[in-house]
Design a protein around this ligand. Structure first.
Ligand SMILES: *Cc1c(COP(=O)(O)O)cnc(C)c1O
Length: 654
C-alpha cells in the first residue's frame, strides 16, 4: 500500500525536479515558497501565483475548467524572437533585416493577435493569413505600413480580391503563390484593380522534416510549387510584365521541427532557389523561412518529437549564417529574412486549469468484505501469496498472483465462484500488486514486468474537462504537454494517476506524460482531501484553442486574461473574463433552438400535470429548472455536490 509519507522528506526543490519546471519552464514557471506554481511572464522578478488567479476567477463565478492567458508572456516571446534575429544579424554582419510575421492560424483570438501586434510594433512585426477569414482579420487590424502581411494558403478569386484591397490601401501585402492555378487570376485582378502586390513563390523543398508534421515538404506535400512549376510561373509573370513583382521565396517545412539539422538543410536548399531566381533577373529581396521553430515541451533539449535540440537564438543564427553563405557563394546580395513562427510565440502564454473531483482506484479496502463462511480455496491461495512476502521474489509472487487471478475469472465464468468470492479475489490480487510495488526501491534494477505493475496500479483522477475541447493535439497525435499540480508542492505526491475527462469516450484521457526523452504513463499526484485539487496543463497556447471540438457537447471553457501590474496587491490584474459556452449556445449550433426546446418541455409537463402525474406547482418548478440549466455551463457543476466520501478514502495503508 502507499506508505504514509509526510512533508518531512519532501521539499519544494524535489517537486521542481519531479515535474521538470526548470527544464521546460524557460524561466517562466516555478514553485514558490508556499508550494504553489508561480508564473514570471516577463522572466524577471515579477511573479503571479496561479492559485490567486484561480481563486479570483472563482470569485467572479468562473470555475475550472479555466483557461488562463498570461498576456505578458506573448510580449516576451515576440521580443525574444525579434532580438534573437537582430543579434544574429549583427553578429554575422548580415546586410539585411529581419521582418517576422505571426501566422494567425496558430491562435486567432483577438486579444492574442492584438497583443502580438502591439509588442511587435517596434520591430515591424507583421501578420500571416492562410484563409479568407484570417485575411479579413489581418486587413482590419494591421496598421503599420512597414510591416508585412503575408497571404498563404489556397486562394480563390475572392481571396485574391481581398489581398488587392489591402494592396490598394498601401499595405505591404505579399501574395504567395502556392498553386500554378493562382497565377492567372492574380495577373488578371492586378490589372483590374490597377495595383501590383508583392508576389512570392512557395517552393516544395526536398529537404525532409522530422517530427509529427514532416509531410509539409517533399514530393508528396500538398503545398508549394516544384521546379517546373516555378519556372512556368516565372514565365507567366514575365509575359504579363509583372516580373518586378516577384520578390519573395517562401518555404515551410512543418511545425515543431525537433532537429536543427533539418532547418539548416532546408535553409540551404531554399537559399539556392533564391539565388537562381535572382540570376533569372527577378528583383527578389525576401526569403521567408516559414514556421517550424519548436517548443521544448518535455524540457529534454533533444530531437525527440516533443522537444527540440536547439534554442531560439541558435535557430536565428543558423538561418542568418546559412543564407549569407549561400548568397556569398552565388555572389548574390542577401535578402531580408521573414519568418512565420507561430507555435514558438504563442504556446507558452496559456495554460489550462482543471479540477479533480473523483479518484477511481482498483481496490477499496473499506468496501472489501471477506465472504462469510467457508471461503473458496482460490481465496486461501491468494491470501497465502499475500503473506509469503519474505519467501519468494517479487517477480515470482507477481506471476503467481496473475495466475490465480486468471483462475478465479475462469472459475467464475464456469459457475464455480460466486460474486462475493470473485470480488474478494480481485481485491486480494490488487493488494498483492500494491505490496510488491511498495517494496520496489527507486534505484535498484527491476525487471520490465514490475515496471508495468506501476502502470497497472495507477489510479484514475477524474477531471472536469474534455480532452476533445481543450487538448485536441494530445488525443490526435499524442502530443505531450507538461502537467503538474498547481499547489501542495511542499507535500510528497503519494498517488500515481492518469487523468480522465468527463466525456463518454474511452479516448478522453491523458495517460502519457513528459519524461526526459521518454514518455511516462502515469503522473505522481497528491491524494485528494476535502479542498479543490487543481492541475495545470502548460504550454497550450498554440493550435489547441481553435482545434477543440464539441464532443459530447462540452463547449468552450471559461477564460481569463491576466496582466502584470506592479501597483496591485498580488502583482497582477484580470483584464478580461470570457465565460464558457452555456448549453443553449452549443445546442443552437446543431439546430436546437432554446425556445423550441422550452416549448416542447412545457407541453410535456402540462400534459403530465393534466394526467396528475405531476402536481401543478412541481410542474412549474421542473420547467424553471430546465430553463435555468439550458443557460448554464456544459461542464459538471461540482460545487453543488458535496465532496463524496470516496474522494477522501485516500489512505488505506496498514
Ligand atoms: C502553420 C504555418 C506556420 C506556423 O508554423 P509554426 O510551426 O507554428 O511556427 C507558418 N507558416 C505556414 C505557411 C504555416 O502553414
Amino acid at each position: 500500500m502507499v506508505k504514509k509519507k509526510t512533508a518531512r522528506n519532501w521539499s519544494i526543490q524535489k517537486s521542481q525536479e519531479l515535474y521538470g519546471f526548470e527544464r521546460w519552464g524557460n524561466g517562466n514557471f516555478s514553485v514558490d515558497s508556499r508550494g504553489c506554481v508561480q508564473v514570471k511572464p516577463l522572466g524577471d522578478q515579477r511573479c503571479i501565483r496561479v492559485l490567486d488567479v484561480i481563486q479570483e476567477a472563482r470569485g467572479k463565478g468562473l470555475r475550472a475548467p479555466l483557461l488562463i492567458r498570461f498576456q505578458d508572456l506573448l510580449r516576451q516571446r515576440v521580443e525574444q524572437i525579434n532580438k534573437a534575429f537582430e543579434t544574429a544579424i549583427k553578429e554575422e554582419k548580415y546586410d539585411g533585416v529581419y521582418r517576422g510575421v505571426f501566422p494567425i492560424k496558430v491562435n486567432q483570438m483577438r486579444e492574442v493577435v492584438e497583443e502580438i501586434i502591439d509588442a511587435g510594433e517596434p520591430f515591424g512585426f507583421g501578420l500571416e493569413a492562410g484563409s479568407k477569414p484570417e485575411l479579413m482579420i489581418a486587413l482590419a487590424i494591421h496598421y503599420d505600413p512597414n510591416s508585412l502581411l503575408i497571404c498563404n494558403g489556397y486562394k480563390d478569386e475572392e481571396y485574391i480580391r481581398l489581398a488587392m484591397l489591402g494592396s490598394k490601401l498601401g499595405k505591404k501585402i505579399i501574395l504567395v503563390i502556392e498553386q500554378v492555378s493562382e497565377v492567372e487570376p492574380i495577373i488578371r485582378l492586378a490589372r483590374e484593380y490597377d495595383t501590383v502586390p508583392i508576389i512570392g513563390i512557395r517552393v516544395k523543398l526536398l529537404s525532409r522534416g522530422e517530427g509529427k508534421w514532416a509531410t509539409s515538404t517533399g514530393d508528396q506535400s500538398k503545398f508549394g510549387l516544384n521546379t517546373t512549376q516555378i519556372l512556368s510561373t516565372c514565365h507567366k509573370l514575365r509575359e504579363a510584365g509583372m516580373e518586378n513583382a516577384l520578390q519573395l521565396l517562401h518555404f515551410h517545412i512543418g511545425s515543431q521541427v525537433p532537429n536543427i539539422i533539418t532547418i539548416k538543410n532546408a535553409v540551404v536548399e531554399a537559399g539556392r532557389f533564391y539565388c537562381q531566381l535572382v540570376k533569372l533577373g527577378f528583383p527578389m529581396g525576401f526569403i521567408d523561412v516559414g514556421g517550424g521553430l519548436g517548443i521544448d515541451y518535455d524540457g529534454s533539449r533533444s530531437n525527440f518529437e516533443s522537444s527540440m535540440n536547439y534554442s531560439m537564438e541558435e535557430y536565428a543564427r543558423d538561418i542568418v549564417f546559412n543564407i549569407r553563405e549561400v548568397c556569398a557563394s552565388a555572389e548574390v546580395p542577401v535578402p531580408d529574412i521573414v519568418s512565420e513562427s507561430g507555435r514558438a510565440i504563442v504556446a507558452p502564454h496559456s495554460m489550462l486549469v482543471v479540477e479533480v473531483f473523483e479518484r477511481i482506484t482498483k481496490t477499496d479496502d473499506s468496501l472489501a468484505r471477506k465472504p462469510a463462511g467457508q471461503s473458496h480455496p482460490i481465496i486461501d491461495e491468494l491470501e497465502h501469496i499475500l503473506k509469503s512476502k519474505r519467501r519468494y521474489s517479487q517477480l515470482e509472487r507477481f506471476h503467481d498472483a496473475l495466475q490465480k487471478k486468471e483462475e478465479a475469472y475462469s472459475l467464475f465464468n464456469h459457475g464455480y465462484l460466486d460474486l462475493e468470492n470473485r470480488a474478494y479475489a480481485e481485491n486480494l490480487f490488487w493488494k498483492i500488486c500494491q505490496t510488491i510495488d511498495a517494496e520496489l526501491t527507486e534505484t535498484a534494477y527491476h525487471p520490465e514486468e514490475l515496471f508495468e505493475l506501476k502502470k497497472m496500479l495507477a489510479d484514475q483522477y477524474v477531471c472536469n474537462f474534455s480532452v476533445f475541447q481543450s487538448l485536441l493535439d494530445h488525443w490526435a497525435f499524442n502530443q505531450l504537454f507538461p502537467i503538474t499540480p498547481l499547489h501542495r508542492l511542499k507535500e510528497r505526491p503519494d498517488v500515481n494517476a492518469v487523468l480522465v475527462d468527463i466525456t463518454c469516450d474511452s479516448d478522453g484521457k491523458i495517460s502519457h506524460f513528459i519524461d526526459l526523452e521518454d514518455v511516462k504513463e502515469y503522473l505522481p499526484l497528491h491524494s485528494l482531501n476535502d479542498k479543490p485539487y487543481y492541475i495545470g496543463v502548460f504550454l497550450t497556447g498554440a493550435y489547441q484553442d481553435i482545434m477543440g471540438d464539441l464532443h459530447n457537447l462540452f463547449g468552450r471553457v471559461n477564460e481569463v486574461h491576466v496582466f502584470l501590474e506592479d501597483d496591485e496587491e498580488d502583482g497582477y490584474y484580470i483584464e478580461q473574463t470570457i465565460r464558457g459556452n452555456p448549453i443553449s449556445e452549443i445546442l443552437e449550433l446543431i439546430q436546437y433552438k432554446e425556445n423550441d426546446l422550452l416549448r416542447s418541455m412545457k407541453r410535456q409537463i402540462d400534459r403530465a400535470t393534466r394526467k396528475n402525474q405531476v402536481k401543478p406547482r412541481q410542474g412549474t418548478r421542473l420547467l424553471d429548472f430546465y430553463e435555468d440549466l439550458i443557460r448554464s455551463k456544459t461542464y459538471l457543476n461540482i460545487e453543488q455536490e458535496p465532496k463524496k466520501k470516496s474522494t477522501r478514502r485516500a489512505r488505506t495503508g496498514k
